[in-house]
Unconditional design. Sequence first.
Length: 216
Amino acid sequence: MWRWALVGAGLLAAVCAVGPVGGPGAHRGGLRRPPEAASGEGVGEGAGRKRIEPEGIGREGGGRANGGRVNGGAGPGPPPGAWTARVVRVVDGDTLILRVGGRGLRVRLIGVDAPETWSRHECFGAEAARALRRLTPAGAEVRVAADREPYDRFGRRLLHLWTGDGRLVAADLVRTGFSRTLVIPPNTRYAPVLRAAQAAARRTRVGLWGACHGSR
């Protein structure tokens, strides 16, 4: 009998030490979550501070595919996660130099293909470069967002670009006939917008669609 009494006493002591399930003692013995896990703060990479992406730009722009306001025919406005940049200079109708986070970047606009002005002089190339300079003059503050593929085969940063008043530059260039669409997967975030803009430009034969032989 004395053996069974000792066993019973041991079991009673163990139950008292653990405490009732779900009661005040339920989180003892290393089972209690830390305060940051309970609140959702301080968990994961970059906890407690703003995450800074390489070159100051995230891979997918930090926003929704069609985020931001819409400015008439100028396409969707910048998504919530877009970054601020400053224009250094325009190279041609679809390439420019930006300064982002103190660093200069050679940027190729996503989704468009302007006529050439460097390797060969194509019809409406000079006009396209002037159009981009009007939209993004040197020193202007602009907004940028990335898509899925960060660089092209020439090492240029691939970005979507908006003017200070929220106009999607690629859509504006296509809609006014200074550029054609060039959609290369996986960077297809604004492809439907650009295709619609080109259809309208071709229909009205504006810009290169009316000026350049063979553009229909």
